[in-house]
Design a protein around this ligand. Structure first.
Ligand code: ADP
Ligand code: MG
Length: 245
């Protein structure tokens, strides 16, 4: 394990009333890495990202950023540099692309910095620049996901949390989006924690990954190693034992 991970959770437990959604979760994300958590529907992926970003409170355990406990509220988490792109994008449909992006910059006050950041987002997602004054709700699903990521980047995060960015998108659109995420990581060194049901695409782009099953981490390893693991192939990549041999 990294000596000084950017993000560390220690024995994290999270409940919804009587439902024990996360059990003793210990994950680590090194600075500059893409790390993924893969798991089936209901495994606890969104709960994990919500807890890290202060949307949901843990019952016990810690979330540490650079060794310091994370604050309890999501707006404070953004100030600390942790920004969540929620499941289902949640852009503001009536607002223009530009206004959606500006909302992401609410924690920033330097106009020149905001402008610079917006140009960075346009470089990454040129289509957003072309659609600047169009209502967010009129964009395609893929463009809305780009807008959701762009909006998160406007807060200049140190750690970007992505909740199932591929959900509901066509394979070609997913490829473009993931290429951009890899490019972002490689060119800026931004640390990314991604959760996905789509295990193959997450593992392909991840330096390190964890497997979450019914609220518990069952396996972890290098993305490429997990892609080759027979248990992962059978349970998450839809391959039969015949195909694995
Ligand atoms: N607001 C909630 N109230 C009660 N139970 C919830 C709530 N949100 C999630 N859960 C439960 O917690 C578990 C994990 O859910 P979730 O984190 O959304 O999983 P995933 O994102 O992996 O699909 C599931 O059993 C789900 O039913
Ligand atoms: Mg989810």
């Amino acid at each position: 394990m990294e000596n000084n991970p950017l993000l560390l959770t220690t024995d994290l437990n999270v409940h919804y009333g009587g439902i024990h959604a996360l059990r003793n979760i210990n994950i680590h994300v090194a600075k500059g890495e893409i790390v993924s958590v893969i798991g089936a529907n209901g495994a606890g992926k969104s709960t994990l990202l919500k807890t890290i970003s202060g949307v949901k409170e843990a019952t016990s355990g810690k979330v540490l950023l650079d060794g310091q406990p994370m604050p309890r509220h999501s707006y404070q988490a953004v100030l600390r540099g942790v920004t969540l792109v929620p499941e289902g994008r949640r852009i503001f449909a009536p607002l223009s692309v530009k206004d959606n992006l500006m909302l992401g910059a609410y924690s920033r006050s330097d106009a020149a910095e905001i402008q610079k950041q917006m140009e960075m987002v346009f470089n990454l997602f040129p289509v957003l620049h072309e659609r600047l004054s169009q209502p967010g709700g009129t964009l395609s699903g893929g463009e809305q996901q780009m807008l959701a990521v762009g909006r998160a980047l406007m807060s200049q995060p140190r750690l970007l949390l992505l909740d199932e960015p591929s959900l509901g998108l066509a394979p070609m659109v997913i490829d473009t989006l993931l290429d951009t995420i890899v490019n972002l990581n490689e060119t800026t060194g931004l640390t990314i924690l991604l959760v996905e049901q789509n295990a193959s695409l997450a593992l392909e782009i991840s330096h390190h990954a964890f497997v979450l099953e019914t609220g518990e981490i069952r396996m972890e390893g290098k993305g490429s190693d997990l892609l080759d693991d027979p248990r992962i192939k059978e349970s998450y990549l839809g391959m039969t034992s015949h195909q694995i041999d």
